[in-house]
Design a protein around this ligand. Structure first.
Ligand code: FES
Length: 83
């Protein structure tokens, strides 16, 4: 199971995670039929300056914009799969 946490604190939310949330939901629904994904909104972790912040399976990713999140999801949710 992949665990994705999206910071819903006001800074991360305003700087991209509002849009990232929809992108993640859509990506998972379309591309991860065999992967169980737990998508959770998280509270501010006081790392606002490096946001928008997202965690995937405990790894933190910073500065995740709507332009860069698809590459991150492809890389992390399909690691180990054949191209
Ligand atoms: S709002 Fe995301 S770390 Fe503060």
């Amino acid at each position: 199971m992949a665990r994705i946490g999206i910071c819903m604190g006001s800074s991360c939310f305003a700087r991209g995670n509002a849009e990232n949330l929809g992108i993640v939901r859509d990506y998972v629904a379309r591309n991860c039929p065999s992967v169980v994904v737990s998508l959770t909104g998280t509270l501010c972790r006081e790392r606002c300056g490096s946001g928008p912040n997202i965690t995937i399976d405990g790894c933190e990713y910073h500065g995740v914009t709507p332009d860069s999140i698809l590459e991150l999801l492809r890389r992390e949710l399909h690691a180990g799969e054949n191209p």
